[in-house]
Design a protein around this ligand. Structure first.
Ligand SMILES: [Zn+2]
Length: 432
């Protein structure tokens, strides 16, 4: 079979080992000695080298080891794709960081140092620290200043191989400031080679001007903020922080009902510090994901298993807060709940812009297998942001977002940290 038998492509990587992360097949859906082709930004071909013998022994025109070489100068791209010979290198899907708060103003390093010295959170809050200090700093910045502040954090994730990132609001807590955060997130997505999904998290904390009147603030969220975000198509989902220090399940239900009325899927910060039944509530609304889950119980696991909700694990927050309680991994695993892994990148409880570190922590702290950790930042994470049909696996028709690695085994990406950088980062078919 000749090259012409491959569906026409703009670019073709040959002699690759593919960790497709598809559920079928061997470990990580691996396919050895394959070629993968892209056209118009999507994956157009995944073919074994053996059935395309001319690819196995390139003609003279295909020289340039490991480099892209356009074959023939006169043909169009679709006639003769650019060929890149990987000589056995691995390709994985681009990573999906499905839970971040990376748009914010200021930082909390001094407060974190106080926490480390044992100063109580109540005292820190009294001195103006805590989440409300980030709210003040975020409100003080313009949309473009917020974009500038977020850029280094997003660049750090992208350099490690993140090609899709979810960004939450939640430090504005007024109609204007929440929309400003979402617009900043959208702007990041349009400026950089990364898919950005946005999540409205107005129900993150009760703003100071609503102190003691949380129900009134929930009314503002339901009657004004959600409708405005939906009308401007600024939010892809709606999130809540269901916790004793934030919003009750009854208040979260109101937020979910408003989201549903506007056609927006929901998700929730659930069972992080206590067990309030937030996950069961989320399951009733067929939530995309429930996140944190250190205090999730067996009833909660059953509920999210039945609703097809993804469990998002955030080991960086567990580590940074020096919490010892872990999510019920074995219960989630045996119930068949998809487990995603994300950074939770935020200024107060996880200022760690590294999905690779989270993969390692998911394994070392939570006991995920290397394969589960890889699924957690690809297939399961794509499902957690509602993009399972577009990203997260190497599959024909999906967006051509993938990474080329000089490794012998995909498990190295989880087990080792700080060693491997992607040789190539491919976003919508282009090498970025
Ligand atoms: Zn979070």
């Amino acid at each position: 079979m000749a090259l012409s038998a491959i569906p026409s492509c703009d670019r073709l990587w040959i002699n690759a080992r593919l960790a497709t992360l598809e559920p079928a097949g061997g470990l990580c859906g691996a396919r050895l000695e394959h070629a993968i082709g892209v056209r118009d930004g999507k994956i157009a071909a995944i073919v074994p080298m053996a059935t395309h013998s001319p690819l196995r022994a390139p003609t003279e025109g295909w020289s340039g080891e490991g480099q892209g070489v356009r074959v023939g100068s006169t043909e169009t791209a679709s006639d003769r794709p650019e060929i890149i010979d990987l000589a056995g290198a691995w390709i994985t899907p681009g990573f999906v960081d499905c839970h971040t708060h990376l748009v914010y103003g200021g930082n909390r390093v001094r407060e974190i140092e106080m926490r480390r010295r044992g100063v109580a959170y109540a005292e820190i809050a009294r001195q103006g620290g805590g989440i409300l200090s980030t709210v003040r700093a975020t409100r003080a910045l313009s949309e473009s200043q917020l974009v500038d502040a977020a850029l280094p954090r997003l660049h750090a994730l992208m350099a490690e191989g993140v090609t899709t990132v979810e960004i939450k609001s939640g430090y504005g807590l007024t109609l204007e400031d929440e929309l400003k955060m979402l617009r900043a997130a959208r702007q990041l997505g349009s400026r950089l080679a990364v898919n950005v999904t946005t999540t409205l998290l107005a129900a993150h904390a009760v703003p100071p001007e609503y102190a003691g009147r949380a129900d009134d603030y929930v009314t503002l969220i339901c009657d004004e903020i959600i409708p405005a975000a939906a009308a401007e198509h600024l939010a892809d989902a709606v999130d809540v922080f269901c916790e004793n220090i934030a919003f009750s399940p009854a208040q979260c239900r109101r937020v979910f009902e408003a989201a549903q009325q506007h056609g927006l899927p929901v998700k929730g910060h659930m069972e992080q510090l206590s067990s309030l039944g937030g996950s069961q509530l989320a399951a009733q609304f067929k939530a995309l994901s429930v996140d944190h889950l250190e205090h999730l119980d067996a009833d909660g696991v059953r509920a999210i298993a039945a609703s097809g909700t993804v469990a998002v694990l955030l080991p960086g927050a567990t580590y940074f807060l020096r919490e010892t309680r872990k999510p019920p991994i074995e219960l989630l695993r045996s119930a068949g709940v998809p487990m995603a892994v994300a950074t939770d990148l935020n200024p107060g409880t996880c200022p760690l812009a590294s999905i690779r570190l989270m993969m390692n922590m998911a394994s070392t702290l939570f006991g995920l297998s290397f394969e589960e950790a890889l699924i957690g930042v690809t297939r399961a994470a794509a499902q957690a942001v509602g993009l399972a049909d577009r990203v997260g696996t190497l599959s024909i028709g999906k967006q051509a977002d993938f990474l080329v690695w000089d490794i012998g085994d995909p498990a190295e990406l989880v087990c080792e940290f700080g060693v491997h950088r992607p040789r190539q980062r491919v976003f919508r078919g282009d090498i970025t």
